[in-house]
Write a protein that binds this ligand. Structure first.
Ligand code: MN
Length: 320
């Protein structure tokens, strides 16, 4: 019997536009040049290589987002705003060539919250993008900072989700000194990005903007595993929120399986947040799409849950 391949939508999938490449280069200085070149070729390809990979994996649609940190690493705000706009227009042209296979996430210059809100609205209304991807902090500023209130207000009003993607921390933790292999995706990014999401919860962003939608990759950056402990300590430390933190994590956060092909964290995320909150993703081209698809097609799940995670939840959340 031929193996059943579930129809899939993926949403942590990266590309590079010409104006963004120089922000990306420093992220691969430690990678073997041959491999970095391979990544670059895949990130800048919107044709056969990407489509064939999708076909082999049963991926019907990819939501494309730039490979970070993008203009969030830019020191000059006006340059960041202009380059984000240019990159979004570039992506819109590529999506236009394959509207049946590609969708887009907006890239935003978070150095200017008002301009970012305006660009998000332009991307959603004019370019038909289905949300934004934000690459963590911007020059050390996190999204719970009061200066981002106008951005959250607009994102909530538009009903568009924000995908919070990992980025290097402002400074590496001394706990990782001498263990370079523990940095970045191994351990560092999970703490950095999980902390960022918890800052939004504890900072009352979701109390103030109850219809705001946040997406986390990597099965939720460990948060589904920790709900009880987070609630317990929030009580002990007298956190002033109307509801326990887990209420906001369940109400405002969706997670993807990007970079995680294991049943245990998948089952934990489904049990903690609900099967309608978990969405398949790959993290192309940094992860292997066929390996991720093989996991999605074979992990023990009832068929309704498999279809929801592989495709239906993303279609519903992103209006695809
Ligand atoms: Mn990624």
């Amino acid at each position: 019997m031929a193996k059943k391949i579930a129809k899939k939508i993926v949403l942590e999938e990266h590309f590079l536009s010409p104006g963004i490449v120089n922000y990306w280069r420093p992220t691969v200085v430690d990678v073997e040049p041959k491999f970095a070149e391979q990544l670059y070729r895949r990130l800048t390809d919107f044709g056969d290589m990407r489509i064939e990979t999708m076909d082999r994996a049963g991926i019907t649609r990819m939501v494309l987002a730039i490979s970070g940190p993008g203009v969030q690493a830019e020191r000059d705000t006006a340059t960041a705003v202009a380059k984000a706009r240019e990159s979004n227009d570039f992506l819109a042209r590529e999506v236009q060539k394959r509207p049946d296979r590609y969708s887009g996430f907006a890239h935003l210059a978070m150095q200017d919250a008002r301009a970012a809100a305006d660009e998000l609205e332009r991307c959603v209304r004019e370019l038909k993008f289905c949300g934004a991807m934000i690459n963590g902090h911007t020059n050390g500023l996190y999204l719970d900072d009061p200066s981002f209130a106008s951005f959250w207000e607009r994102a909530e009003a538009l009903g568009t989700p924000v995908y919070l993607h990992p980025v290097d921390p402002v400074a590496p933790s001394p706990a990782l000194d001498g263990h370079k292999a523990l940095r970045r995706a191994t351990w560092e990014w999970g703490f950095e990005t999980g902390s960022h999401a918890l800052r939004l919860v504890f900072g009352g962003i979701f109390e103030r903007f109850p219809r705001a939608k946040l997406i986390l990759g990597h099965m939720g950056e460990s948060l589904p595993y920790l709900l009880w402990r987070i609630d317990c300590r929030a009580r002990l430390y007298g956190v002033k929120l109307k509801n326990p933190p887990s209420h906001y994590i369940k109400q405002n956060i969706w997670v993807t399986t990007s970079g995680m092909c294991a049943a245990e964290p998948l089952n934990c995320a489904i049990a903690a947040l609900g099967q309608e909150r978990v969405m398949f993703s790959v993290d192309y081209p940094f992860e292997n799409a066929e390996e991720a698809a093989e996991f999605m097609d074979s992990v023990p799940l009832d068929e309704k849950t498999r279809a929801d995670v592989a495709c239906n939840n993303a279609a519903k959340l992103l209006g695809l």
